[in-house]
Design a protein around this ligand. Sequence first.
Ligand code: FE
Length: 235
Amino acid sequence: MIFRQLFEPETSTYSYLLGCERTRKAMIIDPVASEVEQYVQLLETLKLELYYTLETHVHADHITGSGQLRERLGSKSVVHRDAGALCADLLVTDGVTLQLGDLEFEVRHTPGHTNGCVSYVMEDRVFTGDALLINGCGRSDFQQGNAGQLYDSIHHQLFTLPPDTLVYPGHDYQGNTVSTIKQEMAKNPRLGAGRTRDEFIAIMQELKLAYPKQIDQALPANQACGRVEGTSRHG
Ligand code: FE
């Protein structure tokens, strides 16, 4: 498998490029609009053809590159049915398995940060979006977020994976790149180390986070796969 972890520093967003060595088919998880040119060049360098862009959820902090990539490269965008992005090519639900060359991944519905959040499980790794972060988790006070639901998602859908499963998050603000399920179960200060559901809900209620800066622009844009009239490069 060809694998690259890509970082967009302005919003500390991780995107992931995955490619099948045999068929040269590739996908990008959570592409960022401002990075599209780099993706196109990287795909070219690696001699890969982009088939899918996968969203872990509809983002409130950056604009997705899925619409631009679809126009330029003909890739298909994948998002959960409840995410409110009907512009997508493929709306998925919990338990769906997708195959791309020799790559196989399973969709797990992990709502709580938003109602349409999914994690993508592949062999030895899981892409958790903003559900489970390294030593943290996504906020649960916008986009139909719900702290109790987030706790249940993480405990039932993610902490049940094999302990050595690598955890690749949607963001990191401290420079961490990868964790494991075992590490998060042991050390995550909000969700691990025996924290109860009630304790978690109380922690989330106490966060008192600022209003998300980009949400008013990013949400409507992302529900249109990142294509907004007047702001896009392609009209
Ligand atoms: Fe998010």
